[in-house]
Design a protein around this ligand. Structure first.
Ligand code: ATP
Length: 316
């Protein structure tokens, strides 16, 4: 017996449900939906984010990649509470980034997120020692109260980042890599839910960069902090479970990696590429796949029981 077609009322109810804002999942560290950021200068508008969708689970370690100008820094600045989106929704650790008062925003930047800039010198105050730099966010949060606990936390963080013996040095007495380790400790001082880093290894040589990335992994694994890192370095991007590519202000594709152990105990990393499907059904197909089959302008689409086939335009 065939199922009767849905009634008009049923279809209306489905359409209404699909257009209603979705409830934010409590287990998500980051949730962005149709995020838009338009910059206007000298009468010219630049759409840096063009309806970007992104979700990041708590405890995830994600690399954001994409061509220059694709919108990575714009996204990170919005997530860090340094910039406000033009439209859409963005929630980090339950905080609605479009509905914060200036006071909420200050608290958010101090307590909910930690941020690391590419420029090593921008992350630290030059006249304070490494330990004083790490203690500062805690003092700004709760004054000099609980000073003993704050000292304990400084030691713990410097140890976790392998720079326990460098606490008394000022930034100018540290290498670029050591400064970025201190910067990570500063960003973690108030135990944020999310750590954001914009090209944190951009000024470092490749060997030092590997060490810094290892530090992010340690923080993610041992402290459970959700970490999002913008990087140009394909080697760094290849080291994480999830790499999200941004193209023209939207998330376009993702690579998920998992370690597979075969029957001989041999471990290999398997990679799978996915494209993002937005709520209106738009996908950005990988440019290399389209080029390989010469697809442009129009493609043929067919529904099968377990997939949708996209083929080159077959009209004359
Ligand atoms: N403050 C601003 N005013 C005007 N346009 C801006 C501003 N900030 C960014 N843009 C524009 O928005 C787009 C996205 O820039 P964004 O810095 O986010 O890219 P990106 O992917 O981080 O690039 P890169 O890898 O080079 O740092 C670019 O076209 C850029 O010129």
């Amino acid at each position: 017996m065939s199922t009767p077609p849905p009634s008009l009322d049923e279809l209306r109810a489905r359409a209404l449900a699909a257009s209603a804002p979705r409830a934010v999942r409590a287990d998500l560290a980051i949730s962005c939906e149709r995020l838009v950021r338009i910059f206007s200068s000298d009468g010219i508008e630049v759409q840096a984010l063009q309806g970007l969708d992104l979700t990041v689970d708590q405890g995830d370690l994600v690399a954001l990649v994409g061509a220059s100008g694709s919108g990575k820094s714009t996204l990170l600045n919005v997530l860090a509470g340094l910039d406000t989106p033009t439209a859409g929704s963005a929630t980090v650790a339950g905080c609605d980034l479009l509905a914060m008062t200036p006071k909420d925003r200050l608290r958010y930047r101090r307590e909910v997120v930690g941020f690391i800039w590419q420029q090593t010198a921008r992350n630290l105050l030059p006249f304070l020692t490494a330990a004083q730099n790490v203690a500062l966010p805690m003092q700004l949060r709760s004054g000099h109260r609980a000073a003993k606990r704050q000292r304990g936390r400084v030691t713990e963080l410097l140890e976790a980042l392998d720079i326990a013996e460098l606490g008394h040095r000022r930034p100018a007495e540290l290498s670029g890599g050591q400064q970025q380790r201190v910067a990570i400790a500063v960003a973690l001082a108030n135990d944020p839910a999310v750590l954001l880093a914009d090209e944190p290894t951009g000024e470092l040589d490749s060997e030092t960069a590997v060490g810094i990335f290892e530090a992010f992994r340690t923080v993610n694994r041992e402290l459970g902090t959700t970490v999002v890192v913008v990087t140009h370095d394909p080697m760094v991007a290849g080291e994480v479970r999830r790499t999200v590519a941004i193209r023209d202000g939207r998330t376009s594709s993702e690579v998920l990696r998992r370690t597979v152990t075969d029957e001989h105990g041999q471990e290999t990393v398997s990679e799978r590429e996915y494209v993002m499907l937005d709520r209106t059904g738009r996908v950005q197909l990988p440019a290399k796949f389209l080029a390989a089959l010469g697809m442009e302008h129009r493609v043929a689409v067919d529904l099968a029981t377990d997939h949708i086939a996209i083929r080159p335009d077959d009209t004359d």
